[in-house]
Write a protein that binds this ligand. Structure first.
Ligand SMILES: Nc1ncnc2c1ncn2[C@@H]1O[C@H](COP(=O)(O)OP(=O)(O)OP(=O)(O)O)[C@@H](O)[C@H]1O
Ligand SMILES: [Mg+2]
Length: 422
């Protein structure tokens, strides 16, 4: 967990977010000793701070720390809930570090609250190690979901797990954000599909589910619905791309690391096809990004369960849908007649507009079409609304073609057999 930072050349300061100081500090020391053994190094350790008198008989000597930093002495300082330098000094330290090729003096501040000076934030490593409070566990917050019993027992007094876990995402450069939604429509007819996704997620060994489908059939809605119960993190692919060579891959690795620290959650990758289409004109980069993503999908250690959606599947690389890649590849098609009726009923009740039998007779009308008609109907009446709203099938290029491809690659969600898998 800490080894990468200790051996990194770019960063000098690591802030570890925890209240479980002893365990974390022991872990840092163990990792340093392991490096010393394996790499035949002699990284010295100095430990100071609250609750620690001295380490090997040393009092904290600030001048010595500054001197060591200046001379780039191979040494790790660990501070327990204690800021060894003022904000200005930290900024100076970091600025100095960023100019160096190889940084050898490392500083750990182990503290849940230490405030990182914003100007140097990107140059500071931040590692989260968090246990929820009793109160949080009692409340059964969705953000506590997935932590083990042992972790729960170690729960800290007054932490706030929701905020804590969200902070892990805050510095992802917009790549990761919590999907929080209000007033989510009920995904009519998709109960079995959702139950099945929940079942694999809860097993902890799932990889991910791919949702293929024409627009307006409930792909995004499934993710929104799950977010009512579980943490769902939106993974914005576009934000991964960076104009600096090599940065894109680095950002991606950093993103995976953040997700690992975040722990159990759904990772929602909407419009996965954009990854293939939009490589900033550089198809080499997008190929590598796709490769890394697929590798991560198979290899991730934490239960970051991926829900990926695609609707333009005209240029779908076969490697993306080959058997074993996903737990399920579901096809979101326009619903069959009986489900259309249920959806019409749902929206007619939601908007307090009479049920319209004729709508149920339109083949390939999507749930989004029905929802749009009824929303408008609540103002202008059903007949006018029907004339006004253009249907997805009439405005989407390659609608039929996409449907055919969906059938070819995916299991249609309205197929009865899905029920048997639950
Ligand atoms: N099964 C459903 N039951 C009820 N409403 C639905 C259903 N599917 C979709 N809707 C309605 O249609 C809207 C649009 O659906 P959604 O955003 O999930 O489409 P999508 O498949 O993600 O489309 P796109 O490919 O355009 O992103 C939803 O917000 C909801 O109002
Ligand atoms: Mg969508």
């Amino acid at each position: 967990m800490f080894e990468n930072f200790i051996l990194s050349k770019e960063k000098g300061l690591c802030v570890v977010r925890t209240k479980d100081y002893n365990r974390v500090i022991k872990k840092i020391i163990k990792e340093i000793q392991k490096i010393n053994r394996e790499r035949n190094k002699e990284i010295k350790i100095e430990l100071h701070g609250e609750g620690i008198r001295t380490f090997e008989g040393m009092e904290f000597d600030k001048e010595q720390l500054i001197k060591d930093i200046k001379e780039n002495v191979e040494k790790v300082y660990i501070f327990r809930n204690f800021a060894p330098l003022s904000e200005d000094e930290i900024v100076q330290f970091i600025e100095k570090y960023t100019q160096k090729e190889n940084t050898r003096t490392k500083v750990f501040i182990v503290s849940p609250e230490y405030e990182i000076p914003t100007s140097v934030e990107p140059h500071i490593e931040e590692i989260f190690d968090y246990f929820p409070s009793e109160d949080e566990i009692d409340k059964g917050l969705k953000y506590a979901e997935g932590l083990s019993l042992v972790e729960l027992r170690k729960a800290n007094e007054d932490g706030n797990i929701t905020e804590y876990r969200k902070r892990i995402l805050a510095k992802s450069g917009g790549i990761l954000e919590v999907l929080e939604t209000h007033d989510v429509d009920t995904p009519v007819g998709l109960d079995d599909t959702i139950k099945l996704i929940e079942k694999v997620y809860q097993s902890g060994i799932g990889r991910g589910t791919l949702l293929l489908g024409v627009p307006g059939t409930g792909k995004t809605l499934i993710a929104k619905f799950l977010s009512k119960k579980y943490p769902v993190i939106k993974f914005n692919i576009g934000a991964v791309y960076n104009k600096y060579v090599g940065e894109t891959e680095k950002r991606l690795r950093d993103t995976f690391e953040r997700l690992k620290q975040f722990g159990n959650c759904f990772v929602f990758i909407d419009e996965f096809e954009k990854l293939i289409a939009n490589g900033n004109g550089d198809s080499g980069v997008s190929k590598r990004v796709l490769g890394e993503l697929l590798f991560w999908l198979q290899d991730k250690e934490t239960n970051n369960y991926v829900i990926a959606t695609m609707n333009d599947i005209s240029s779908l690389p076969v490697e993306l849908v080959r058997p074993g890649r996903w737990d399920f590849t579901f096809g979101l098609t326009p619903p069959p007649k009986e489900i259309r009726k249920e959806i019409i009923k749902y929206y007619s009740e939601k908007y307090n507009v009479p049920f319209d039998e004729n709508l149920a007779g339109i083949e390939n009308i999507t749930p989004a079409d029905i929802s749009a008609i009824y929303r408008l109907a609540s103002i202008v009446g059903v007949e006018k609304a029907k004339k006004f709203v253009k249907l997805t099938k009439d405005i989407s290029p390659r609608f039929e073609e996409t449907l055919k491809a969906v059938e070819r690659y995916a299991v249609p969600v309205y197929q009865k057999e899905i029920e048997d898998l639950i």
